[in-house]
Design a binder for this molecule. Sequence first.
Ligand SMILES: Cc1ncc(COP(=O)(O)O)c(C=O)c1O
Length: 364
Amino acid sequence: MYQKELEALRKSSRLRERMIYDENLLDLASNDYLGFAHMPKLLDRAYQQVQRSAAHAPKASQLVNGYHPIHREFEAYLCERNGFEAGIVVGSGFLANLSLLEALPRKGDLLILDREYHASGIVGSRLCGAKVCYFEHNDPKDLARILESEHYHRAIVAVEGVYSMEGDLCEREIFEVAEQFGALLVVDEAHSAGVLGEEFLGIFEHYGIIPKANHIKMGTLGKAFGSYGAYILATEEIVTFLQNRAKAIIYATAPSIFDIALAYEGMKYLQEHQKRYRTQRQENFTLCERVLGIKPQSAIVKIEIGESQRVIAMRDILLEWGILVGAIRPPTVKKAIIRLILRLHLDVEVLEGALWRVKEVTDG
Ligand SMILES: Cc1ncc(COP(=O)(O)O)c(C=O)c1O
């Protein structure tokens, strides 16, 4: 039934496959920025936390009786750490973006997304009742132009703290433009929370921006925090609106209690050991610049190659040498890239060896 489409994907080297990789590979592909996915003590602590409850699964939507004390405690912790009034846990980052961009923009509103915004937000935007448009990637002037020229009741702008494929940071000026036009600003911190800032809180902290009523922060737990799930932080009013209007929150089983406990333990661990991770971040970034000649803005490093076939061939050579990297191809990116993650827990000498190997392959 789908043979023609699959053949076309195969011919253009775009056919996606799921692979189970050898656990002994040096992993420079995953979003486990801090190595928390491999830390048994976090697993033990989360298990102990969940064991104290009568039930270990949420059993229902948060709006029925799936809301658990661990969810509430975690939300309070996030609000306190990040300086937001209210928070709500969500099943995944995908569902959080879907919730936000489907529910917040109403008829008469204008939703403006960065052109490179994550696919989950694009899906959400297609379900909302508002007019949807895009501004040029990370371009505050283009955003201001749209906000100035369009008519709308409310404007909602959606950006990422760190863009997931290129690793570039959201421009600070975008926060200023949103403020100037009284727009709500949704910031997806999937790749910036746990990576940027003195205390690893993300892009707000990195820029020294104190959250205001027009700010909404979305964070995921499946990346730096080595778990699964997501959260949204905003004003009490917005969180109350979401829990009354966001279908992916109302009509879904509440987030896994265990996964929330696991991420919570990860965040507390990071808070206690932030100095060590800060040093490692600096060391890894310096190393990347020295070896690859690329000054990283985040833990994501993009090496543009162009052709999908070449990217796959490079990935396969590196695999033979025991190094796993991302080979990202269109339509996820315009031109095929090798995507490296400078995971902060890696031994610097091991990382250096791997980066020289990457250079050898990508230069060749
Ligand atoms: C920027 C961004 N937002 C949202 C998501 C979705 O998050 P999750 O994997 O938790 O569904 C991802 C990645 O998967 C992402 O890279």
